[in-house]
Design a protein around this ligand. Structure first.
Ligand code: IPM
Ligand code: MG
Length: 359
């Protein structure tokens, strides 16, 4: 567990409570908490201390809260919390970041989109996580004065595109069998290669329909016809931007979980950030972190039954009208804090009489 900064520790605590509860009597989970991000910098002078990295590399899965905060913004790039996050992503090796965005009917009011537009939206982003502009070389600053430049490189190799595309096609086979590959092939060479490679690889998955879409028009379609997507496959930066946009479908960034797979060790993190403005107040929405715990059970522990039980419990608590501040719209809804929301999910799991399957 890497609770991190801001609301990270608060929401991670609730996710861990839920993990403990569903494992009770069925299977054993061992947790260890380690620093990352700004708090790690304060303690160790680096956003990713060796102890954290070493312990993560011998664990079965890593659950991360969030990193970052205004007090760290003026640090040199290598010491910023975000660089710790990118370094742990790279070290764990997961290249396919799965980000589901589901529009729950009961939260339709929380979205700025009209209910009839939202209806049935259930998108799974497969965001490439270890390449593109985030890691591409060369990068940096050059020259002085008015000629000073800042530059980054968007670069992908055939094998980097292929490995993440395989994940997208395989998850699509378990869903509605459609992949939308997003690029900017009308301008970027990197995207032209992406499109070429994905088109070729799609032949191995004749049961899955592939379409290509330019990232700008994809951004528009996400808010005009979100229900028309199944799996969206895209490179790192486009996936970062589009997955935040997709939070508008769910009503709050606090709702979205993610799982990063394909590497040595899977990494699980809610997509929301550290939300420093509400940190420590006990009001953050823990549902994204709890849904992330469900993904951990599904992908790293093959505990589909428990994962579903958590997801159903989240839906039930929302249907019963409980809302954290980010989700509250009407007066009939009951406002709850982080901890109470966690407790309600636990209760709903208990009421569903989850009996863990004994291996
Ligand atoms: C995300 C975040 C990170 C990213 C930041 C915190 C580095 O925005 O997980 O989407 O850009 O990947
Ligand atoms: Mg982001």
């Amino acid at each position: 567990m890497l609770p991190g900064d801001g609301v990270g520790p608060e929401v991670t605590r609730e996710a861990v409570r839920v993990l403990r509860a569903v494992s009770e009597g069925g299977f054993e989970l061992q947790f260890e908490e380690l620093p990352i991000g700004g708090n790690a910098y304060k303690q160790y002078g680096t956003p990713l201390p060796e102890i954290t990295l070493d312990k993560c590399l011998v664990s079965d899965a890593v659950l991360l809260g969030a990193v970052g905060g205004p007090e760290f913004d003026s640090l040199p790039p290598a010491l910023k919390p975000e660089s710790g996050l990118l370094a742990i992503r790279k070290a764990l090796g997961g290249f396919a970041n799965l980000r589901p965005a589901i529009a729950y009917d009961v939260l339709a009011q929380c979205s700025p989109l009209r209910p009839e537009v939202l209806k049935g939206a259930d998108v799974l982003f497969v965001r490439e996580l270890l390449g593109g502009m985030y890691f591409g070389q060369p990068r940096g600053f050059a020259n002085e004065g008015a000629l000073r430049t800042g530059f980054n490189t968007m670069v992908y190799s055939v094998s980097e595109i292929e490995r993440v595309a395989h994940v997208a096609f395989q998850v699509a086979q378990q869903r509605r069998k459609k992949v939308t590959s997003v690029d900017k092939a009308n301008v970027l060479e990197c995207s032209q290669l992406w499109r070429e490679v994905v088109t070729e690889l799609a032949k191995q998955y004749p049961d899955v329909t592939l379409e290509h879409q330019l990232v700008d028009s994809c951004a528009m379609r996400l808010v005009t016809a979100p229900g028309s997507f199944d799996v969206v496959l895209t490179e790192n930066l486009f996936g970062d931007i589009l997955s935040d946009e997709a939070a508008a479908l769910t009503g709050s960034l606090g709702m979205l979980p993610s799982a990063t797979v394909g590497g040595k060790i899977n990494l699980y993190e809610p997509i929301h950030g550290s939300a420093p403005d509400i940190a420590g107040k006990g009001i953050a929405n823990p549902l994204g972190a709890i849904a992330t715990a469900a993904m951990l059970l599904r992908h790293s522990m093959k505990r589909e039954q428990e994962a579903r039980a958590i997801e159903q419990a989240i839906a039930q608590v929302l249907e019963a009208g409980y809302r954290t501040a980010d989700l509250k719209r009407g007066s009939s809804e009951r406002l709850v804090g982080t901890e109470e929301m966690g407790r309600l999910v636990l209760e709903a799991i208990g009421a569903g009489k989850l009996r863990p399957t004994h291996a």
